[in-house]
Write a protein that binds this ligand. Structure first.
Ligand code: HH2
Length: 279
C-alpha cells in the first residue's frame, strides 16, 4: 500500500503533494513502482504528547474533502488500481466513496459511527487501526496491562463495532497501530509478536514506514537520530518482520525500495531449507 499524503503537515512528507497534479503524478508513480493499492490521506494523524509536540491540527471535513476529492477523482479516471482513503470522518468517507474510493482506512477504528454506516452502505472493505485515547495526547501516560492481549482485545471490540454498523466481519482488515499511543519498545514488540494477532482471523496491515520508533532504535544504539527521510533502511527491517509474521499489507512511503526488498525476501524464502543445526 503506497502512501499518498495530500497534507501540508504529515510527519515525513507534509507539503510535498499538496498540488493536485503533482499528487496524481506521484500516485501513478507509486503504482508504476509496484504498489498494489494507494492510501490517500488529507488529514495528518501524527499523535501529540510525544515527539510531535501537540500533534497534528484537526482539519474540518470540508477542507479535508477539498484536498482529497480532486486527486481521488483524477486517479479514479486514470487507474483501475484499488484506492483507499485514510479518514476518520463519516462525511469525508461518504464523499470519497461517491468519488470512487474502493476501501476506507480509519485510524480511529470507528470513532465516528457514521463512517461505519457509510462503509456498510457501500459494501466495501474497512481498515480498523488500534489506538487508545485522543490523537492530541495519546503519547502521554501510555499504559497497557499486557500489550499484545490488550491490543488483541481492543481490535476484537473494533470488529464488533463494525459488525454493529452492518459491516460483515470478513470485510475488515486490522492494524496494530504502530506509533499510535505506544512507546518505542512497544512498537518493536508489536512487530516482533505480530503473529499473536492472527487469532483475530482477519488480514493484518502494518504501517511502520519512517516512524519515530525507528529513529529511537537507532539512537539507542548510540548512532545519531535519523530524520524521517533517512529511515528507509529501518523501515525495510520493519517490513521484513511484518512479512515474516504474515502481514497481508504493508503501508509504505518508499514503494520501489519496498517492492524490491519484498521480491528478494520472498525469492529467498521460497528456496530456504530448514537449517541443519535448527533444534
Ligand atoms: N499511519 C499513519 C497514517 N495512517 N493508517 C493505518 N492503517 N496504519 C498506520 O500505521 C497509519 C495510518 C501515519 O503515517 P503518515 O500518513 O505518513 O503520516 P501523517 O499521519 O502525519 O499524515
Amino acid at each position: 500500500m503506497g502512501v499518498l499524503n495530500l497534507t501540508p503537515d504529515s510527519f515525513s512528507d507534509g507539503g510535498r503533494w499538496t498540488d493536485p497534479a503533482a499528487a496524481v503524478d506521484h500516485g501513478l508513480r507509486l503504482l508504476a513502482e509496484g504498489a498494489d493499492l494507494l492510501d490517500l490521506g488529507a488529514e495528518s494523524t501524527r499523535p501529540g504528547g510525544g515527539v510531535y509536540g501537540g500533534g497534528a491540527a484537526t482539519v474540518p471535513a470540508d477542507e479535508e474533502a477539498a484536498r482529497l476529492l480532486p486527486v481521488l477523482t483524477a486517479l479514479r479516471r486514470a487507474t483501475g488500481a484499488p484506492l483507499s482513503v485514510d479518514t476518520r470522518k463519516g462525511e469525508v468517507a461518504r464523499r470519497a466513496l461517491d468519488a470512487g474510493a474502493d476501501l476506507l482506512n480509519d485510524v480511529s477504528a470507528l470513532g465516528d459511527p457514521d463512517l461505519g454506516r457509510a462503509v456498510a452502505a457501500a459494501g466495501c472493505p474497512l481498515v480498523l487501526m488500534h489506538s487508545r485515547g485522543e490523537l492530541a495526547t495519546m503519547q502521554r501516560g501510555i499504559r497497557f496491562d499486557d500489550l499484545l492481549a490488550d491490543v488483541r482485545c481492543d481490535l476484537a471490540a473494533a470488529v464488533e463495532r463494525a459488525v454493529a454498523c452492518g459491516i460483515p466481519a470478513d470485510q475488515v482488515v486490522l492494524d496494530p497501530g504502530i506509533g499510535f499511543g505506544k512507546t518505542a519498545e512497544q512498537n518493536l514488540a508489536l512487530l516482533g509478536r505480530l503473529h499473536e494477532l492472527a487469532v483475530l482471523g482477519r488480514p493484518l496491515l502494518v504501517g511502520a514506514s519512517r516512524k519515530s520508533f525507528i529513529g529511537r532504535a537507532v539512537e539507542a544504539s548510540g548512532r545519531p537520530l535519523p530524520p524521517p527521510e533517512d529511515r528507509l533502511p529501518g523501515s525495510l527491517a520493519a517490513v521484513a518482520w511484518a512479512a515474516a509474521r504474515s502481514a497481508a499489507l504493508v503501508r509504505v512511503h518508499d514503494v520501489a525500495a519496498t517492492v524490491q526488498f519484498l521480491t528478494v525476501w520472498r525469492a529467498i524464502a521460497a528456496e530456504a531449507a530448514p537449517r541443519e543445526d535448527a533444534g
